[in-house]
Ligand binder design. Structure first.
Ligand SMILES: Nc1ncnc2c1ncn2[C@@H]1O[C@H](COP(=O)(O)OP(=O)(O)OP(=O)(O)O)[C@@H](O)[C@H]1O
Length: 246
């Protein structure tokens, strides 16, 4: 899939004294890291893309189609939250399978597809466990399996691995990088919008980085150069002294 995966055009949300107005274009197949201070509007950006509430002005388009009035479930986007949003009463297999179909009865082919995805995320032997019987990293794996099974071309991740330690976070990011290519069917990598509080994670994995500040995309550019330019006072303030100079 080529072209533009998502475009924000003056996409506006007003919340109790806070106004976010986003203009941003993300090419299909891009991994975009979204960074910025707390309260800058990063989650609001993903929320606008997911369509959980209406815009106050402007528009969001995906693959050229205006998303106004399109329910979250009907958008070509899957969302992964930090809490993973797994159903506590369902085992890992069922939770993952919900990405494929809301039905509980699966065909043999569907069962095989879910089993294959659980294998890929390293949970083949834990398919029967419910979320509370899994570690944080394992729950994250189930959430990723569900997102990839949904076959939606855009994945939006809001601090998905924030609760994990550095080594496990690195492991999960590597898994995401692998699934993004190998788990995409036709060979086109998924487009990823990933909010992170770890700029180094964005540099390590993302193609591009958007720096969000005060409800705007203040800077957007290639991951490897955006943070090292250090010619922007707002970015300097966010990164702190001595960061991003590599
Ligand atoms: N439902 C809401 N009602 C009113 N204000 C809200 C609501 N949700 C978020 N806000 C405000 O909107 C602003 C942006 O919030 P948002 O969660 O998008 O920031 P963020 O960059 O994701 O922050 P963090 O990094 O801390 O998660 C904040 O000032 C927040 O207090």
């Amino acid at each position: 899939m080529s072209g533009e995966a998502i475009r924000f055009e003056g996409a506006t949300r007003r919340l109790d004294g806070f106004e976010a107005v986003f203009d941003l274009s993300v090419a299909a197949g891009t991994w975009l890291g979204i960074i910025g201070p707390s309260g800058a509007g990063k989650s609001t950006l993903l929320d606008m893309a997911a369509g959980f509430s209406d815009l106050d002005a402007g528009r969001v388009a995906m693959f050229g189609a205006d998303m106004a009035g399109i329910a979250p479930a009907d958008r070509p986007l899957a969302m992964v939250f930090q809490e993973n949003n797994l159903f506590p009463g369902l085992d890992a297999f069922r939770n993952a399978a919900l990405g494929l179909t809301p039905r509980l009865r699966l065909s043999a082919a569907e069962r095989a597809e879910v089993a294959d995805m659980l294998e890929r995320v390293g949970l083949a032997d834990k398919a029967g466990r419910r979320p509370h019987e899994l570690s944080g990293g394992e729950r994250g794996r189930v959430a990723l399996a569900r997102a990839f099974l949904s076959r939606r071309p855009i994945l939006a991740l809001d601090e998905p691995f924030a609760a994990l330690g550095p080594a496990l976070r690195a492991e999960m990011l590597a898994l995401l990088a692998d699934l993004r290519v190998s788990g995409s069917g036709e060979g086109t990598p998924r487009t990823i919008l990933m909010v992170t509080h770890h700029p180094e994670d964005a540099v390590a994995h993302a193609d591009r980085i958007a720096f969000v500040e005060n409800g705007r995309v203040a800077l957007e550019g290639p991951a490897h150069t955006l943070l090292s330019q250090r010619n922007d006072a707002r970015l300097d303030r966010y990164l702190g002294p001595g960061r991003g100079e590599t």
